[in-house]
Design a protein around this ligand. Sequence first.
Ligand code: DGL
Length: 268
Amino acid sequence: MSRIGIFDSGFGGLSILKEIVRVLPEYSYIYLGDTARAPYGNRSQEIIYEFTKEGIEFLFRNGCDLVILACNTASSEALRKIQQEFLPKKYPYKKVLGVIIPGAEEAVLKTKNKKIGVLATEATVSSGAFKREIQKLNKSIKVFEVAAPMLVPLVEAGEDKSESAKILIRQYVIDVCRHSIDTLVLGCTHYGILESEIKKTSKGITILSEGKIVAKKLKEYLERHDEIKKKLTKKKSIQFYTTDSKDKFDRLGSRFFGEKISSKKVDL
Ligand code: DGL
């Protein structure tokens, strides 16, 4: 029997896990946040790939056959290589999915004027992953990606409601909205927490936050893949692992997950 693994560079993926558990409460989950090495958003592609691989192998060793990269940076910088090279060579029967395609598909469905904006980390923007996936679905759509590197540190410092956060959010949103977009993808796990502030500056624009979208897509994926679904343990359990301080993970993680959590520290 197997559990569903959820990997993120840190805490943000907990907001995605929260929605997955709401939609699929019957399964057993393991969450790993690589907090010791987060944020990934300003790191190189090579390093993001190596770190992500280590996280995935930890989850595989702990009984997961299916892993979700609940991190946009890891999904855009590492997932393709993992699916095309790493899994076929080392784990041909295991699956790793990401969060970019679900976000891209939903954005394509929602846009009417065919102009989509994306706010994300430096690494996600420079990978061009959102643009690639959106334009695979519809070549005529224009995609405007803006890196918002200051937002992750602000959220992690618990300053997402501060005046400086509001000023920064406004600047980033104005920057992406000047392209007359009608749909904005919050392409970073941390931005969901900022959604209400982002909405204030982007009136009339459809804001897509990933948690609910990824959860819905995972449910549909399991419906299409009965061979995976029937192997999943149905014990309604969640284990949380962090690579850095347990106390910090439990405190900050609870904000993203929406309820109290208790983690264990591991070395990868
Ligand atoms: N989880 C990352 C993402 O969704 C944000 C934090 C980081 O940069 O590691 O892109």
